[in-house]
Design a protein around this ligand. Structure first.
Ligand SMILES: [Zn+2]
Length: 833
């Protein structure tokens, strides 16, 4: 009987395996053209149905309602014990309190594919990697899985992947076009690289502005992998890239992590050598900016790595500049070999990886690498959004429950100062599992081992959020509490007006919702005081007396204010200081009717940042029109036009209609290179130099550099080019605090400068935020640019005719994470009029 039972099981096992198909057996078009997203899901469904080595979990949905998936791949025994293995891993690093049942340690390897949607060789290879891991014929991979849990995410960006893949299918005929001259290699705007809102998800790991990232990071934090592989493609002529990465490396990266980069480099090189494939390591892809798929896991204790195959723009097949043909199948083959080698290396080095990973959390807590141990963020009403970010990153925090004197580094003045910690101030201590990540995000200055970086080099959260903050060198002993307490419900009969502080995106969103609901709202233009309430410029006041037209005013206000809990009520419009609520200092806010330009010659990511701001951050209606259709639009239906960063070459007729739009009372918000539309044109104040002498001075400086450069060698050309550039640094700006564009920002504005464009202070305009002489900066600014930025304007407003134009030299919405930038943009949209 027993024997018969085994025979049946054996037979069954054979039939199960016999049904397991490779991707090519499953789909005829595999390796020949892009898979549709549903085909990818179907294939993984097939694997799950026919193998005990793989399980599925859906972790969320994209904006376009595609499912986000991971697949757990390991031996059936390990998969049965998955929950214990997960709990044990968290427990060992201090991220779970309860000790689970005894389990054997496993190495946890997370494989992420296709965060950039048009890099399809990644998702296509995910199917091959999964198949090879579970294929019973592949005895090696079965051995690796004994001690390894693979978490495989075949596509981090299904919306972008589908945009590219569907397009490629749309335009493909029977024949491929290995030559360049076919639309197959010319992806249309906005391209599939980014997600629905044209956000680059591989710049979003730490900031988590996008729902794909937010949902993924919940699962990531439940697992905390030890190895993270981020699978990409790059320009199609490039040979394959695998670790080790390039300098600069952040100096918090440990020797243990670097050891593994080298081990994996050697193993992968051996594999590629034997196949005769071209590759390189260490020359590009540095490890500094913390919001990538390699650095972010690295600052979370893992060995985080980027893998790159040439393939962007390659379509189905292309001839490379060495004359070789590169097909989609080649891209799949290279990736599959490299990623399987990563799993193999992790399995081989399991003991070391597990040991190093646990030591990482213990050491970073006991001997933190940064300069400071405690960060105090003053309660200026702006901490709410910051705590959301901390929560998403599983960084623990508390609020002060008592007052205490202290001394520490003050971010805003860049000096050490005495100050008082007050109840409700936010406290973040490094003494927690996410010690390193906390320091990476909060340390005022990051140590750059090499200036040759292509991304931003500073991001300290107190500057990004524009909150008065301190960093203390020691631990702090103080009574704390978990929540800020707000006042309860107010008696409606006694309310004369509602008061809402203007201190962040929640204020702007609430204002947008009120305007959409037809509620009349006033914004303060002057500091004033009412009983128990100090009103600052920009703060919102909603008078009962303004809104008799709304039957349901009371209920509308109560439900709207539910999400903005620092609101107050005013019982009398009679001020103690400043002006009464009925007076001229509280003008009604006009309702913006917004037109946003898009299309070719607008930067897709920068367009996406404005679109996302309108749609998701303030949830306010916006009309999007592609530039070539501008003449079809009746501009009279709008009072605001936004021009995102781009490379504009507008026809004269379009420029004329924009001129007229402004003269008639319209408002234009122009960002970064969109300023070129107005530079040196009659009627506009925007010009690079204030005087002829200033122009001469900068020309002389540049001439001298050219003369000096006659003695330069060829080798360091790239490095020298950096001296005139700023890949991304924080730059101090002085504010005209009386102008509505600056309301709520604080005493100063720290701008994230990501381009070297600069204009001297403008004549006949309000220079609302400008870089002073001897300004402070954090992060790398090339030495020849540093001086030139003195006395240049960053945000200016010019009155023209009945309307105005807001010049934004820096993009305040860059990647959506500069929270004070979101507020500045809200000022431009709602308060400047
Ligand atoms: Zn990529």
């Amino acid at each position: 009987m027993k024997q018969l039972f085994f025979a049946i099981v054996f037979l069954f096992a054979i039939t199960v395996n016999a049904q397991l198909k490779s991707p090519a057996e499953f789909s005829q078009s595999y390796g020949k053209t892009a898979s549709y997203y549903h085909q990818v899901e179907n294939y993984f469904g097939h694997l799950v149905q026919n193998s005990e080595y793989i399980q599925h979990k859906s972790y969320g949905q994209t904006t376009q309602e595609r499912s986000l998936n991971v697949y757990y791949i390991s031996t059936p025994e390990n998969l049965r014990d998955l929950e214990n293995i997960r709990q044990n891993n968290l427990y060992q690093i201090g991220m779970a309190d309860a000790k689970p049942a005894m389990v054997n340690d496993k190495v946890i390897v997370w494989l992420s594919f296709n965060v950039h949607g048009n890099e399809i060789g990644a998702t296509e290879s995910a199917m091959s990697v999964a198949y090879e891991l579970i294929n019973p014929e592949n005895k090696d991979s079965k051995e690796w899985l004994e001690n390894t849990i693979v978490i495989l995410d075949p596509c981090l960006n299904p919306d972008g992947f589908s945009r590219y893949g569907n397009w490629l299918r749309d335009i493909s005929g029977k024949n491929t076009h290995p030559g360049l001259n076919d639309r197959e290699h010319m992806e249309p705007w906005p391209g599939g690289r980014e997600n629905h809102y044209s956000y680059d998800l591989n710049r979003d790991w730490a900031w988590q502005t996008q729902i794909e990232t937010q949902q993924r990071m919940v699962l990531y934090n439940e697992w905390m992998p030890m190895v993270h592989v981020d699978v990409h493609e790059m320009g199609f002529n490039e040979p394959y890239f695998f670790p080790p990465a390039a300098e600069p490396m952040h100096d918090f990266i440990t020797d243990g992590q670097k050891d593994f980069y080298n081990a994996i480099g050697e193993m992968t090189a051996k594999k590629f050598d034997s196949e005769g494939w071209n590759y390189y390591t260490r020359e590009r892809f540095d490890l500094f900016y913390p919001s990538y798929g390699d650095t972010y896991p690295t600052f979370n204790g893992a060995v985080g790595m980027t893998y790159e195959q040439g393939g962007i723009g390659a379509g189905r097949a292309i001839t490379m500049n060495n004359g070789n043909l590169l097909t989609l199948q080649d891209r799949i083959n290279h990736h599959t070999a490299a990623i399987l080698t990563a799993v193999e290396t992790a399995s081989w080095q399991k003991d070391k990886l597990v040991k190093n990973f646990r030591a990482y959390f213990k050491d970073s807590r006991e001997e933190p690498k940064g300069k400071y141990r405690t960060y105090i963020i003053k309660n200026t009403g702006k901490t709410d959004q910051l705590t959301r970010l901390l929560k998403r990153n599983k960084i623990q925090y508390a609020y002060a429950a008592e007052s205490k004197k202290a001394s520490g580094y003050n971010y805003q003045s860049d000096t050490t100062k005495d100050f008082t910690i007050e109840p409700n101030d936010l406290i973040v201590s490094v003494n927690q599992p996410k010690a390193t990540l906390t320091q990476v995000l909060f340390e005022p200055a990051q140590k750059l081992t090499d200036s040759l970086s292509y991304d931003i080099t500073a991001w300290a959260l107190p500057h990004a959020y524009g909150i008065d903050s301190y960093a203390l060198k020691g631990n702090l002993s103080i009574d704390t509490k978990k929540e800020i307490s707000y006042k309860g419900k107010f008696d409606y009969e006694r309310i004369y007006a509602y008061y809402v502080p203007w201190n962040g995106r929640a204020s702007a969103k609430l204002l947008g919702l009120m305007l959409k609901s037809g509620i009349r709202v006033r914004s303060s233009r002057k500091a004033s005081a009412f009983r128990g309430i100090k009103v600052s410029p920009g703060d919102l006041v909603i008078l009962k007396g303004d809104n008799p037209q709304l039957q349901d005013f009371k209920n509308m206000m109560e439900s709207l204010l539910d999400k903005k809990r620092d609101y107050e009520v005013v019982e009398s419009g009679f001020s103690l200081e400043g002006g009464d609520l009925g007076g001229e200092n509280y003008p009604l806010v006009a309702t913006p009717k917004v037109l946003l330009l898009a299309g070719n010659s607008v930067s897709a990511t920068d367009f996406g940042q404005v679109w996302f701001y309108m749609d998701e951050i303030v949830n306010y209606p916006v009309s999007i029109v592609e530039i070539q259709n501008l003449e079809r639009v009746n501009l009279l239906e709008f009072n605001t036009i936004v021009l995102p960063d781009g490379w504009y070459s507008l026809p004269e007729s379009d420029k004329k209609s924009i001129d007229t739009f402004i003269d008639n009372g319209g408002k234009v918000i122009a960002i970064a290179n969109a300023l070129s539309v107005f530079e040196d044109r009659p009627g506009y104040s925007l010009t690079k130099f204030a005087t002829d002498e200033a122009k001469l001075l900068e020309t002389t400086l540049s001439d001298n550099e050219t003369l000096e450069s006659r003695f330069y060698d060829f080798q360091n050309a790239e490095r020298r080019a950096l001296s005139g550039s700023v890949p991304g640094a924080i730059v101090e700006n002085i504010l005209d605090k009386s102008h509505p564009l600056s309301y709520g920002l604080g005493d100063k504005y720290f701008s994230l400068k990501t381009n070297d464009t600069h204009y001297q202070l403008l004549k006949n305009a309000w220079n609302v935020a400008y870089v002073p002489a001897k300004y402070k900066n954090f992060g790398f600014i090339g030495k020849s640019l540093k001086k030139k930025l003195e006395n240049t304007v960053t945000f200016a407003v010019q009155q023209k005719g009945k309307g105005q134009i807001i010049y934004m030299v820096d993009n305040p919405l860059f990647r959506g994470f500069w929270e004070n930038g979101n507020l500045l943009f809200s000022n431009a949209l709602f308060l400047v009029d």
